[in-house]
Design a protein around this ligand. Structure first.
Ligand code: GLN
Length: 265
């Protein structure tokens, strides 16, 4: 039985933004909480939700979207809803944002076809799709976490900082301005296929091009998010009980072998 005040998991635009199984990130957080007896409640944050709802969640999950759906979301977030989301992230609410979501958290996104769309400006980055004829960035990815606070937290939690395994499929290219990268690309394209950076990290939010979905493939990131959310809710240090991750671990070893990557210490 789950107990305590439920953790509210805010799910951004479930019907418009969940490509490549990104919903798995939400399921992973939900299950890993429930397996430990931690109550959770999923709150859809969408076009019908009041603006206040965006600022009243303990965790935020945002998936990817095709350009057309992404544009609908970006337009809906202009104004109070976007301000609520920004306030939550600025206040340290943990979040995981995949592909189209980080693009809309930046200053703008230029789709492959059509006009530049304003983003929320939460992350200091910009994203441009070079056009419908440009190659997409597609494939499995391996990442080394470089975001310093996240790496330090994982080192403390696990005694090491594991590689992140994911899958990317995007046309847009992201250039970071002052935003701190989430990771360095070991295998794959990352933000733009040129500068070796992947994603962004700010407050307690992970922004990444990695689908996968990210969290089931890298359960330590799900636990880091739950720990942060519970510590904010309870105002005390929280140490989560361990779970049996043998299958996920085997999957990780197999993927790293397949991609020819040896995890450095
Ligand atoms: N529309 C964006 C792009 O192609 C995001 C794609 C996605 O979320 N998978 O870059």
């Amino acid at each position: 039985m789950a107990n305590g005040t439920p953790l509210k998991l805010g799910w951004l635009y479930p019907t418009l933004m969940s490509t490549y199984g990104d919903r798995g990130n939400l399921t992973c957080l939900q299950r890993r909480a429930e397996w430990r007896g931690i109550a959770v409640e999923v709150v859809a944050l969408d076009r019908d939700s009041p603006a206040e709802a965006f600022a009243q969640v303990d965790v935020i999950v945002g998936g990817g979207a095709q350009d057309r759906q992404q544009e609908l979301v970006m337009r809906d977030l202009q104004g109070e809803k976007g301000a609520g989301l920004k306030a939550a992230l600025d206040g340290g609410t943990p979040g995981v944002f995949t592909c189209g979501s980080p693009q809309l958290l930046g200053h703008y996104y230029e789709p492959g076809v059509g006009q530049r769309i304003d983003g929320l400006g939460v992350l200091d980055l910009v994203s441009v799709h070079p056009g419908p004829d440009a190659d997409r960035c597609i494939g499995n990815m391996v990442l080394k976490i470089t975001a310093s606070r996240l790496a330090a937290d994982l080192q403390k939690m696990l005694g090491r900082v594991p590689y992140v395994i994911g899958f990317e499929n995007h046309g847009g290219r992201t250039k970071l301005q002052t935003a701190e990268p989430f990771a360095q690309v070991i295998k794959g394209y990352g933000n733009n296929g040129e500068d070796g950076t992947e994603g962004a990290f700010q407050g307690n939010a992970i922004a990444t091009y990695s689908h996968g979905p990210l969290l089931p493939k890298n359960p330590f990131l799900a636990d880091w998010m739950l720990k942060k959310a519970l510590e904010r809710q309870r105002q005390e240090e929280v140490n989560l009980s361990p779970l049996d991750d043998a299958w996920a671990d085997q999957g990780r070893v197999m993927m790293l072998n397949r991609l020819g990557v040896q995890e450095s210490a």
